[in-house]
Design a protein around this ligand. Structure first.
Ligand SMILES: [Zn+2]
Ligand SMILES: [Zn+2]
Length: 318
C-alpha cells in the first residue's frame, strides 16, 4: 500500500507506505549494502545519490487503491525519496569528514534541489539525516536522505504562516530578526562563522537542539556563494564534531534542512538547518512522549543558554 491519506481533523497529509516494514536493519560492516561492493554499489564512489528502495513517495506513484470518500481523502504518493551517500568510507561521519567532502555534499544537495524543483508537482524538497539507532537509522554508513513532497508539510506551513504574520506586523523577515537578536544577546551562540551562526535557540525544544542560520537572507542552496558554502561546511563539521566530543560517543541526531517551498507562491523563506539530538544526557533520552506527540508542545528540561555554554566549551576537531 502506497498512498497519501488526508487527516481532516488536523488537515494534514500522512504517507502510507506499508512496504517500508521490510526495510533492512543495521548489518555488520562486511554486509553493509552501502559500502563499495555492497548491494547498492558494485564499485567505489565518492558521493552518490540513489532512489530509496523502500520509498514513501515516487515519481511513478501507483493510482490510489480506493476512490476518495467525502471525508477520507487520499492521493497518489507522488514525489521522490532519495538516499544521499556522504562518502564511501563506512567509518566516517559528518563530524569526521574532511571539510572539502562536506562542501561537495552541499553541492549535491543544491544539485538535487535544482533538479527536483523542475517537477512542477513537487512543492517541498527536504534534505535530512537520521543518525544513530535512537532515531531509527537502520544503516550506520554515513548517509542522509531527501524527500521531495507534493505538498508543503504541516510544520513548514506553520513556519511560513508565522513568517507572513511577523512580516505583516514588523515589515521584515522573522528569522533575520532572530539571527540579529541572537548575535546581539550573545548568550546562546555555539559557534559563529563569517556567514553562518550556530545557536541553541532561545525557544529550543530539545535539550541539545542547535540551529544553523545564514546571516544573510537566502532561501535555497542555489542562493549561496561559494564562500558561503565553504562556511556552511565548516560550521556543520564543528557542530557535529562538538556533538561527538560532548559525551565521547557518536552522538545521535536528526538534522533537518529547511529551504523555501518550490513551485509555490512562497519562495523566499529564510534557509536554515535544525539539529534535534534525542539525548538529554549521556544515558538519558528525551522522548517524544504524550505531551510532545499529542499537543506538539515540547517540555525542555534544560536552559538553552546553559547548553550553549556547554557546547561552546566542548572541543572540536576540524
Ligand atoms: Zn558501509
Ligand atoms: Zn530572513
Amino acid at each position: 500500500m502506497l498512498e497519501l491519506r488526508h487527516n481532516p481533523i488536523t488537515d494534514e497529509w500522512i504517507l502510507v507506505s506499508s512496504d517500508r516494514q521490510k526495510r533492512p536493519v543495521q548489518p555488520a560492516t562486511s554486509t553493509c549494502p552501502l559500502c563499495p561492493g555492497g548491494v547498492e554499489f558494485d564499485r567505489d564512489y565518492d558521493l552518490a545519490v540513489f532512489d530509496n528502495r523502500f520509498p514513501s513517495l515516487k515519481l511513478d506513484a501507483p493510482p490510489v487503491e480506493h476512490p476518495a470518500d467525502e471525508i477520507f481523502k487520499n492521493a497518489p504518493s507522488f514525489g521522490k525519496c532519495e538516499v544521499v551517500m556522504y562518502t564511501s568510507n563506512h567509518n566516517s561521519s559528518m563530524s569526521r569528514m574532511p571539510i572539502g567532502q562536506i562542501e561537495k555534499l552541499i553541492y549535491v544537495w543544491e544539485d538535487r534541489t535544482r533538479e527536483l524543483a523542475k517537477e512542477e508537482k513537487i512543492k517541498y524538497i527536504f534534505p535530512f539525516e537520521n543518525r544513530g539507532k535512537e532515531v531509527g537509522a537502520t544503516l550506520s554508513h554515513p548517509h542522509g536522505q531527501l524527500y521531495a513532497f507534493p505538498f508543503i508539510p504541516k510544520r513548514i506551513q506553520a513556519m511560513i504562516d508565522a513568517e507572513k504574520k511577523y512580516r505583516k506586523e514588523h515589515g521584515k523577515c522573522v528569522i533575520c530578526d532572530v539571527v540579529d537578536s541572537e548575535l546581539k544577546a550573545h548568550e546562546r551562540i555555539v559557534y559563529e562563522g563569517n556567514h553562518f551562526v550556530a545557536v541553541t535557540p532561545y525557544f529550543a525544544r530539545f535539550p541539545y537542539e542547535v540551529h544553523v542560520y545564514p546571516k544573510r537572507h537566502i532561501s535555497f542552496f542555489m542562493d549561496m556563494t561559494p564562500q558561503e558554502k565553504f562556511d556552511l561546511a565548516v560550521i556543520l563539521k564543528i557542530v557535529t564534531s562538538k556533538y561527538d566530543s560532548l559525551f565521547d560517543e557518536e552522538f545521535p541526531y536528526m538534522m533537518a534542512i529547511f529551504q523555501s517551498p518550490v513551485n509555490s507562491a512562497m519562495e523566499d523563506f529564510h534557509f536554515h538547518i535544525e539539529f534535534y539530538p534525542p539525548k538529554r544526557d549521556k544515558n538519558k533520552i528525551k522522548w517524544m512522549a504524550s505531551v510532545e506527540t499529542g499537543t506538539w508542545t515540547f517540555i525542555n528540561p534544560t536552559t538553552p543558554s546553559d547548553i550553549a555554554k556547554q557546547l561552546k566549551d566542548t572541543p572540536y576537531i576540524i
